[in-house]
Write a new protein. Structure first.
Length: 317
């Protein structure tokens, strides 16, 4: 009988893990969510419920479907019990190499032979993470990097580094297509994969413009939102270059790149804000200030913008 992925396990119920579990449950998958922290286990279903209610408000799901979505997610504190009958297991634990090595070693022991093991990392190397697993299991290991919030962002970066046969990769790819995701096949194990490297390139110049006092934060964000990012919502950089003319892009590159930021570490202004405890919305101040009484409403507004963008993007696929 042809193998099909139907039973999912997600390790870690934090920001990424619970959203990954939610994404699969929304599309009818049976999901086991493993979490060692009792407080998180006790509260995560309510967190997911609130996110689903926003989706219902925006007509992405039906309100009456929320209980069944939540029922498809079962919580576990015992790793073996959570994974012993699963087809596909995703770890979304902290980015600590030794921790991931130990988890994959245990998963190799606890999971059925056919189980595919996945990591949500974008910074650790596949070869190092699977150091302690059997040779047969190495053929069934993959990086699947999600973007935050995972239940909304369409992108999934999938590794194809030579350890996994094409037919198994296709099985994983079809799994993500079945939940409405856009897959990016990454052929080389480089730090940051594809999307994060692109994002850091943009962020480096944005932070540099702030540091130089070229414009206020709200104007720099406006320039991005209604300039490059307006096109990026529907059109990739290489397509944009083709439409603009590669000769023009070459001239502009020669003129601008030599005067743009080419630093190889985080911007000094960014580091200063971190040292001052100005971490963004979670501390009440970053480049902008956030009223404690308005944080929940600000987050909800941000989520709804992503939902509307998700709806719009379906017309451009």
């Amino acid at each position: 009988m042809e193998f099909m992925i139907t039973k999912i396990a997600v390790l870690g119920a934090g920001t990424m893990g619970h959203g990954i579990a939610e994404a699969f449950a929304m599309y009818g998958y049976d999901v086991h969510l493993y979490e060692t922290d009792k407080n998180k286990r006790d509260t995560v279903k309510e967190e997911i419920k609130k996110e689903l209610e926003i989706l219902a408000e925006e007509d992405l799901i039906k309100s009456e479907d929320i209980p069944s979505i939540l029922d498809r997610i079962k919580l576990y504190s015992n790793l073996k019990a959570a994974v012993q009958d699963r087809d596909y297991v995703i770890e979304a634990v902290p980015e600590i190499l030794e921790l991931k090595q130990e988890i994959f070693k245990l998963l190799d022991e606890f999971c059925p032979e056919h189980t595919i093991l996945a990591s949500n990392t974008s910074s650790l190397k596949m070869d190092e993470m699977m150091l302690e697993v059997s040779d047969d299991r190495k053929k069934r290991m993959i990086i699947n990097h999600w973007y935050n919030p995972p239940h909304l962002m369409p992108i999934i970066e999938l590794s194809f580094f030579g350890n996994m046969p094409e037919d198994i990769y296709k099985e994983v790819e079809q799994l993500y297509i079945s939940i409405g995701k856009q897959t990016v096949k990454v052929l080389k194990d480089v730090p940051g994969l594809v999307a994060n490297r692109i994002q850091q390139g943009v962020a480096r110049e944005v932070f540099s413009l702030i540091e130089m006092g070229v414009a206020a934060p709200e104007d720099i964000d406006k320039a991005l939102k209604f300039g490059p990012a307006f096109r990026y919502a529907t059109t990739g950089q290489l397509e944009i270059a083709d439409f603009g003319g590669l000769d023009i892009w070459c001239i502009v590159g020669d003129n601008l790149l030599k005067v743009m930021d080419n630093s190889k570490c985080a911007n000094a202004l960014l580091r200063q804000k971190v040292e001052e405890g100005k971490l963004g919305i979670k501390s009440g101040e970053g480049f902008y200030k956030y009223s404690v009484s308005e944080v929940n409403e600000i987050k909800k507004k941000y989520t709804k913008k992503l939902i509307r963008q998700l709806k719009a993007s379906k017309f451009y696929i």
